[in-house]
Design a protein around this ligand. Sequence first.
Ligand code: NAP
Ligand code: MG
Length: 402
Amino acid sequence: MTIKVKNPIVEMDGDEMARIMWTMIKEKLLFPFLDLNLKYFDLGIKHRDDTEDRVTVEAAHAIKEIGVGVKCATITPNADRVKEYGLKKQWQSPNGTIRSLLDGTVFRKPIILKNIPPAIRNWKQPIHIGRHAYGDLYKSVEHVVGPGTAEIVFTPREGTDPVRIKIHDFEGSGVVMGIHNTEASIRSFAKACINYALFEKIDIWFATKDTISKKYQGFFRDIFAEEINNRMADIENSGLSYRYLLIDDAVAQVIKSRGGMLWACTNYDGDLMSDMVAAGFGSLGLMTSVLVSPDGKYEFEAAHGTVMRHYYEHCKGNPTSTNSMASIFAWTGAIAKRGELDGSPEVTQFARTLEEAVINTAEKGVLTKDLMLIAEPKVDKYALTEEFLDCVAENLRLSLAA
Ligand code: NAP
Ligand code: MG
């Protein structure tokens, strides 16, 4: 007897070791138990190249239409990859393409295991990171200059004369950068953070450096505060709170905290802090990620990449011990969300049961190498990629039978 999932899920296949695990997850943990209707897009690098990357855009549109997607890690080609795979060009990052089409915010949350103590002793609950994924350093223009004057010039579309602001009079050589952000993007970031925190029932922290950058970072603080005020009744009725901090204070407070909050980060802060938090909780293989659009579309994935080094070993015929937990949780996130949107509690329940089977397997000491090295109590042997998944499947069968 399989459980029927009413509406489709957009599936985006990927590359290398992540793709190998992806297939195993479907065959061992999903297809035997669920009657799934998958709208499949092959985002593997060859197929992106063959379709001039149209497949990525089609997949993003399918998520917009269907509401729920799940994505395997994919190669973002650089010059080496173009050579390695004989590509026509360095295609854009698929995640970047999908993010900009959905106008989404990325949230990351680590999986917590009893036998994997975090690097920070007092972290008891996951620290969720919400990263504003538009603008600032990531849409900057830069210029190396000689002696001379650098200015910012703003030309209004109509009316008044251009505004000129001097950046610096250079006596020798130096470098300048121009960055920007938009009110609309900051507002949708704040809205997505509030929706996410209400859904996860966690407090919201937001931090900038507005003491130094009174206008730029102050703009973020003010817009974020306005959106919070618009939803204050919901936040308070859920027993949650909002806390604004200076970014340097936030870093210290997060380290001293028990966790259990959404840390809303500007683009650059989120880039750094999500890697720090992932490492602090044990492994990239434990970090889950979801892209949430302002109109409530969801794309789930693991935060890690294609685990290329393990794939090269796999291609040589060597056994690998790659952690599939975050990829499994990408699937359970998508399946649980589908069940919720479809009003199918048995589907959501299946996803939760699978998550418990994963956690029980790991907590019994069946661990891939990345976790075995940091487990407490120690385990003396690590599980291979496929062995771990077989143990999860066995535990899942037992829980479903009970
Ligand atoms: P990566 O695939 O995340 O792997 C970096 C290293 O982290 C691995 O070599 C491995 O360390 C460890 N690791 C990551 N995930 C693991 C897992 N599930 N289990 C065990 N160990 C794990 O990053 P990368 O090597 O920098 O990038 C490889 C490719 O992935 C690139 O082409 C990049 O474009 C792509 N990428 C895609 C995404 C995405 O689609 N979301 C994100 C990031 C990168 P050891 O080798 O020491 O065991
Ligand atoms: Mg980063």
